[in-house]
Design a protein around this ligand. Structure first.
Ligand code: F0G
Length: 462
């Protein structure tokens, strides 16, 4: 039998949502009003919204049906039991604590285990994770392997944590200062790159030697499992669920944003085996999120997530999902646009520092490129670079490790022709990259400045 090669969207469209077209002049005006910060735009002025893959996906027919089963009982809702069972089917941790999204889980956990003098290693902290660690006075240290910091370097598991560096950190700071070791799967801030099972095992061994707990920031666990399935020796052909369970079995707990691989628009959880830690976290949960059988969520949200967790480990879905990012990345590569390679799971990351060598990091090449993609094509991406990470806790400013623009792909939302349009716009802007100039920040908050900072374009050099 002939095997057809085209990987198609494994769904057909059931309900459609219009997108709004604007003119170049309108977008230029919106940019000025927004202080050149794409987070300040009205979303209906955006044509293709690749700002984030978080909470922006399309839910399935079965998720919408599950919502009708939502039971809003304050305590002991059947929706909670369905949610808990769905989480524990994949991540069999003893204690599951629902939160309204990932950062709420982080806030609760780090409030309990963080604090001055503490150090939290991670392959790469996501911005809210870093902020939640630092907010407690603890230090967040990124220990991704060297390959993971070089956009052009090809490596199957660029998200891996450098275990030699982890050993060195433990030797330098002492195990007592490290409340947990984190591994982010996939490594979002490092390009959506996966972590191998072998690396998780190696990290586990280091943790065991020093009596340290290992936590997963598991937002994109299914995408990570698919990369393991495709790239790691001996894993091809294994059920995705089994690979997920293998990852879970190596950890002592997790934080999760169900807005990613929960296929839901809101939600998250914190899970762990340690009963004392769980009790302390639940006490904070009640203070800030809600009763332990709903956290910050409605019963209907718990249902949508439970259904999403069944759908996200489907092979047809994951094959299509990972192919979508690769399709975009390969076309841009053919067009000579520098990207983080290989393509990540949920996004394609443009290497703005390589594309705009004439714009120094402190003039924010990533922001300049992101602004121009919106101005020219109505595409909204997100700077992941010096704007996001350049301001240090001591108030100084320094270039981030990379200056990237992330084009994140909402799940099951855009079609291949939308991506063809994105390819055309990015290629056009990249061909004129030399004409772009940097920006200056005119106003910024003390932390997480990328969300609300206002910029002004630097005047073009004569
Ligand atoms: N950890 C990682 C790796 C993430 O990517 C995110 C969110 C979070 C934690 C926090 O989860 O948003 O539910 O509070 N990432 C989104 C993004 C916002 O655009 O990458 P949350």
């Amino acid at each position: 039998m002939h095997r057809f090669q085209t990987i198609i969207e494994p769904f057909r469209i059931h309900s459609v949502e219009p997108i709004r077209f604007t003119t170049l002049a309108q977008r230029s005006a919106r940019l000025a009003e927004a202080g050149y910060n794409l987070f300040a735009l009205h979303a209906d002025d955006v044509l293709i919204d690749l700002l984030t893959d978080s909470g922006t996906g399309a839910m399935s027919r079965d998720q919408w049906a599950a919502i009708q089963h939502g039971d809003e009982s304050y305590a002991g809702s059947p929706s909670w039991y369905r949610f808990e069972a769905a989480v524990r089917e994949l991540f069999p941790f003893t204690h599951v604590i629902p939160t309204h999204q990932g950062r709420a889980a982080e806030k609760i956990l780090f409030s309990v285990i963080g604090g001055p003098g503490k150090v939290v290693p991670n392959n790469t902290h996501f911005d809210t994770t870093r902020a939640n660690v630092e907010y407690t006075g603890a230090e967040a240290v990124d220990l991704v392997i060297a390959e993971g910091k070089d956009p052009a370097c090809l490596h199957p598991f660029k998200g891996n944590l450098d275990v030699v560096a982890l050993e060195a950190l433990i030797a330098a700071r002492g195990a007592a200062a490290i409340p947990a070791v984190f591994v982010t799967i996939t490594n979002n801030s490092g390009g959506g790159q996966p972590v191998s099972l072998a690396n998780l095992r190696a990290v586990r061994q280091v943790c065991d030697r020093h009596g340290l707990p290992l936590f997963l920031d598991a937002c994109r666990f299914a995408e990570n499992a698919w990369f393991i399935h495709e790239r790691e020796d001996g894993q091809r052909g294994r059920p995705i669920k089994d690979i997920v369970r293998d990852m879970a079995a190596l950890a002592d707990g997790m934080t999760m944003s169900a807005k990613k691989d929960g296929l839901a628009n809101i939600g998250g959880w914190l899970a762990m085996n340690d009963p004392e830690l769980a009790a302390r976290c639940r006490n904070l949960l009640i203070l800030t999120e809600g009763f332990p059988t709903y956290g910050g969520l409605a019963g209907r949200d718990l249902e949508a997530i439970a259904q999403g967790l069944e759908e996200v480990v489907d092979e047809q879905y994951l094959r299509y999902r990972i192919r979508s990012a690769a399709y975009l990345a390969e076309a841009l590569e053919r067009a000579g646009v520098p990207t983080v390679r290989p393509a990540g799971g949920h996004a394609v990351y443009l290497d703005a520092r390589a594309l705009l060598p004439h714009v120094p990091p402190l003039a924010y090449p990533g922001q300049a490129l992101a602004v121009e993609l919106y101005r020219q094509g109505g595409i909204r991406g997100c700077e992941i670079g010096t704007v996001m990470f350049g301001r240090r806790p001591d108030g100084s400013e320094a270039p981030a490790a990379m200056d990237l623009v992330r084009l994140a792909l909402p799940r099951r939302t855009y079609t291949q022709s939308h991506m063809d349009y994105v390819i055309e716009v990015v290629t056009w802007v990249a061909a004129r990259a030399r004409e772009l100039t940097g920006l200056r920040i005119v106003d910024e908050p003390p932390a997480l400045r990328h969300f609300t900072a206002r910029f002004t374009p630097l005047t073009p050099a004569p």
